[in-house]
Design a binder for this molecule. Structure first.
Ligand SMILES: [Cu+2]
Length: 474
């Protein structure tokens, strides 16, 4: 109940009721309004609708008795409501706390669901070994690793990277299911975190989700971070970087002389993830993902979609149309509609129920381009129960978190939430050594501390998109 309602209820119980008793009845029973009737003397006895134990009864058609009943009801209900509101305010202000995933959360994990679709993906209920706090170690003397834009890799670098990537996924797929670093187990942990399988400690029914709320961006940065660490470990190369799919850039530009970075359009599915004989490939995708010259559609309106009824029908836009629509939707999600609250999504703390409808809790970039692209790729990528089975998930999400870091630099007062219930939320992940780590959101907001950065790309393609030039856009 809102504070406003509490004030209203309090006012009524303290003041209005007294006013009604002393003046209100006289006013309404004055000769200018309605002639008063003696209570209980309704001409038609079948209209006597109530009777109290003290013998008072009345006809609800009589305005004075009707208001008397309201008044008596209010005098009973108002204090009860008031106490209830006071309690709920006290409870939310004193008990609100960040979400913390613990051994107990794992122990009480149970099958969850996504849009009513059952999901049975709990990790083992007992976490073996210690849980080690994750502390990023910023080393100013060490150059940051650079995650690059996939579409600009070329020559020897492209060859080496593709070979390593394929080897990394082959090794990851070969790990036994008992190893939490296997691709299957990584998918399962995302599934458990994304289907309400985990329950808030101490609750019997409040389930946890890392989508459709403000944990979407930091949680997925953590997930991709440990995925990259696992690839590094499997490859024996601590400098290996998971390069990103720059799907949001649909314009190839000529960089100014001397400027560094990648200025090539990146809105096609990266070819190194579309090689059927390789471990980076996944056959279970929509046909659109296999058309090499088809730009992705990140602007599609998914708001009417029931994902259980099948894939949405994406229109066959021309490259020019798609480019304009993609630029516009990026401009909206990153600038026009993206203040701090709307960009991150709805607050989600201990005591809050899981939000199930994307438009009710998701941040702008979770809706567009994230949800649209998951639906566009289709197949496993369509649902959080299976999406990380497809290796394309990772360069895609690497770009999602890059967009977060771009948003912070755009100005407009953009800044991360300062609420401790966001900053102090903790999640558990198995690291590259299969050791369980406790990870805090506040440790995942600064990329420098995590030791990597992103290559500069042509974000200007949507930053400088002018909405006024395309009134018919979605
Ligand atoms: Cu997810």
């Amino acid at each position: 109940m809102s504070d406003f309602t509490s004030v209203a209820v309090l006012s009524w119980s303290l003041g209005l009721r007294r006013w009604w008793l002393s003046h209100g009845r006289e006013l309404i029973t004055s000769p200018f309004l309605v002639q008063p009737k003696a209570p209980g003397r309704s001409p038609a006895s079948n209209f006597i609708l109530f009777s109290f134990t003290d013998g008072y009864s009345g006809d609800l058609r009589d305005p004075t008795t009707f208001l008397d009943v309201l008044n008596i009801m209010a005098s009973i209900v108002a204090p009860v409501l008031f106490i209830q509101c006071l309690l709920s305010i006290l409870l939310t202000t004193t008990l609100a706390a960040p979400i913390n995933i613990t051994r107990e959360t794992f122990r009480t994990c149970r099958p969850g669901n996504w849009f009513g679709n059952p999901a049975d993906c709990c990790p083992p209920k007992v976490i073996k070994g210690p849980i080690v706090d994750f502390c990023p170690q910023y080393d100013a003397t060490k150059p940051l690793r650079v995650r690059k834009a996939l579409q600009c890799l070329s020559g020897h670098e492209l060859k080496t990277y593709t070979r390593k990537l394929e080897k990394g996924y082959a090794l990851m797929r070969a790990l036994p299911d008992s190893d939490p670093r296997s691709l299957k187990r990584q998918n399962e942990i995302h599934c458990a975190y994304g289907t309400g399988s985990f329950i808030q400690d101490g609750s019997t029914n409040l389930t946890i989700d890392v989508h459709i709320n403000w944990h979407f961006l930091p949680w997925h940065r953590m997930f991709v971070y440990f995925h990259e660490k696992i690839l590094q470990k499997l490859l024996g190369d601590p400098e290996f970087s998971l390069h990103f799919w720059n799907f949001d850039n649909s314009v190839t530009a000529t960089p100014r002389h001397g400027s560094r970075g990648c200025y090539k359009a990146g809105h096609f599915v990266p070819p190194m993830y579309n090689e059927p004989s390789k471990a980076t490939f996944e056959a279970n995708r929509s046909f659109m993902a296999f058309e090499p010259n088809r730009p992705v559609d990140i602007a599609f309106d998914l708001s009417q979609l029931n994902p259980l009824l099948g894939l949405p029908i994406f229109p066959n836009n021309t490259v020019e149309e798609q480019t304009r629509m993609n630029r516009e939707i990026m401009h909206r999600s990153m600038i026009t509609l993206a203040n701090t609250t709307s960009f991150f999504g709805k607050a989600y703390r201990v005591g809050d129920a899981r939000i199930l409808i994307p438009s009710a809790g998701s941040g702008t970039i979770e809706l567009w381009p994230h949800n649209t692209l998951h639906a566009y790729i289709g197949g496993w990528m369509m649902q959080p129960t299976t999406a990380p089975i497809d290796p394309l998930f990772y360069p895609f999400h690497a770009n999602m978190e890059r967009l977060w870091s771009v948003w912070r630099k755009l100005g407009y007062g953009n800044d991360d939430p300062t609420d401790p219930d966001w900053l102090d939320a903790t999640f558990l992940f198995w690291d590259e050594n299969a050791v369980m780590r406790r990870v805090k959101v506040r440790d995942f907001v600064d990329l420098n501390a995590l030791g990597y950065t992103f290559e500069e790309v042509n974000d200007a393609s949507w930053i400088f998109f002018d909405n006024s030039t395309s009134p018919g856009a979605p």
